[in-house]
Ligand binder design. Structure first.
Ligand code: FAD
Ligand code: MLT
Ligand code: ZN
Length: 474
């Protein structure tokens, strides 16, 4: 039961936002349960402000009575960072109603959108004006640009365009005190002190609430071609990456590696997708070549690269999509691995990065350690090889009770994988963030001075600890 102070707060929030936008009853699972259905929280209320001023008003009202706030966008995060805890005392602040495109400046190559704008809608708004907004990830139909910024999301175009951080020129943010920081200038150069924009990006809602952003646009490529190739090993995949960089230059916009077991799950759960080449090779790679000249130019360069790669032996077989439809299907296969893995049952997810040069040794060593530790272990290894970022996931052995498996093995598996990542000089979170899932592991894998500075920054910006407590740093 909410106490008297909470009931007063709820009344005040209803006055500020209107009854319809302060939810306390009915099925709130879309806000309270994480995407992977691993954790369920309980909010004091789900509030849905419709403007930056309303976000600021909500934060001030909560700050006055010390009620904590969890910002949320599309709730597609994979590290349990955007749902309330189980106490029923936290306000879940959803940005979903703030979804407008505020301005597109064609000469400045920028688009300014509200935080709750769904990524796919942002991509489409750019496309309608003849531009490319290159951030692309499997959850793009429901994740929001605010969530992308808060997590500094990666996705499949990072090797050419960078993470969300690299795509952002300005932010509007509501601070933990309920003040509005106006930073939507769209400037490409501005050295007037500390970079607060980049501090907010990747802070996972712990330092401020992003309400709007000015993002970069790019010219639409004249052509974009997709190839799917089979490779004999991870070492060969890395060699192919080197060749692709050399021969496609900045035309190389995607390079995703997928292990055989990962693809077998897509084949098993979505047979209609017709996964190519997976049965005869331990890994497949999806490459994308974007070209500013023409499709013929793109095809000639791609075919030249693939001829070289076949000669070299780093590719054993290849198909190049003949149409946009075929290319979309290949990407759809790649993006379906997460869903196929979920269909297969509960699993242990990782999002690691090591230097690209260390990826083959990391995979070989960690595969061996896991095979030793768990009889029949099944590895779902796939990801953004072009960025040195793998989703090195662990599926329970066949016919085993997955809940028991998680209970008995999850901590051990995480420690084993994280230690291996550390050994190879990597990071335990390449693109998904820390959330609450990795907060307790961070002290073992993050530089202690960096972690101490992070805590000081959190304390300086949010001394009451109001914003997304229990996430990133304690
Ligand atoms: P949420 O899940 O709602 O929130 C994520 C975090 O951001 C939380 O800590 C939350 O408190 C905070 N937050 C949200 N909005 C704001 C705001 N406006 N201001 C401040 N804090 C805020 N991630 C990748 O990086 N690369 C991928 O390729 C990728 N693929 C995915 C594929 C699938 C199928 C799924 C389900 C997820 C994938 N993700 C990927 C993870 C997820 O989509 C991203 O982390 C995404 O950026 C989260 O956006 P969201 O709007 O859903 O944020
Ligand atoms: C991906 O690359 O598909 C995502 O990051 C999602 C995942 O890790 O499952
Ligand atoms: Zn990913």
């Amino acid at each position: 039961m909410p106490n008297a102070a909470s009931l007063d707060l709820l009344m005040q929030l209803r006055r500020l936002l209107g009854e319809a936008h302060v939810l306390t009853e009915g099925d709130l699972s879309a806000y309270e349960q994480d995407w992977r259905k691993r954790t369920r929280g309980k909010a004091l209320a789900v509030v849905r402000p419709g403007s930056t001023q309303q976000v600021a008003d909500v934060v001030k009202a909560c700050a006055q009575v010390g009620v904590r706030i969890v910002p949320q966008g599309g709730n597609t995060g994979l590290v349990v960072g955007g749902i309330p805890d189980a106490t029923g005392t936290q306000v879940l602040l959803s940005l979903q109603r703030m979804n407008a495109v505020r301005q597109l400046d064609a000469d400045n190559l920028t688009i300014t959108v509200e935080a709750g704008c769904v990524l796919q809608n942002l991509q489409q708004a750019a496309e309608q004006a003849g531009f490319l907004f290159p951030l692309s990830l499997g959850a793009e139909g429901s994740c929001t640009i605010g969530g992308n910024l808060a997590t500094n999301a990666g996705g499949t175009q990072v090797l050419r365009y960078g993470n969300t951080r690299e795509l952002c020129l300005g932010l509007e943010v509501v601070t933990a005190q309920g003040e509005v920081m106006h930073g939507l200038s769209g400037l490409r150069k501005d050295n007037t002190g500390y970079d607060l924009r980049n501090l907010m990006i990747g802070s996972e809602g712990t330092l401020g609430i992003i309400t709007a952003a000015t993002m970069k646009l790019y010219p639409m490529p004249a052509a974009s071609l997709t190839a799917w190739v089979a490779v004999p090993s991870v070492t060969h995949a890395v060699r192919l990456l080197g060749l692709a960089h050399q021969h496609l230059g900045s035309g190389l916009t995607g390079f995703e590696m997928m292990g055989q077991f990962a693809l077998s799950l897509v084949d098993k759960h979505y047979p209609q997708l017709r996964v190519p080449l997976w049965q005869d090779a331990p890994y497949c790679v999806l490459l994308e070549n974007s070209d500013s000249e023409s499709e013929a130019h793109a095809r000639a360069r791609f075919e030249h690269l693939l001829e070289l790669a076949l000669e070299d032996g780093c590719v054993s077989d290849a198909v190049v999509a003949e149409s946009l439809g075929q290319a979309r299907n290949l990407w759809h296969i790649r993006e379906s691995i997460t869903l196929a893995q979920a269909e297969e049952g509960l699993n242990i997810k990782h999002d690691i990065s090591v230097p690209i040069s260390a990826i083959p040794a990391f995979v070989e060593a960690t595969n061996a350690l896991l095979a030793d530790a768990i009889a029949g272990v099944r590895l779902v290894n796939f990801g953004h090889l072009g960025d040195g970022n793998l989703h090195y996931n662990v599926q329970a052995p066949e016919d085993c009770d997955t809940r028991e498996f998680l209970r008995d093995y999850e901590d051990r598996v995480n420690t084993l994988v994280y230690q291996s990542v550390k050994h190879f000089g990597g990071s335990i979170s390449a693109e998904h963030g820390v959330g609450s899932m990795k907060i307790d592991s961070l002290p073992d894998y993050k530089d202690p001075v960096a972690l101490a500075l992070m805590k000081q920054i959190k304390h300086a910006l949010d001394p009451q600890g109001l914003l997304n407590p229990g996430r990133v740093v304690r």
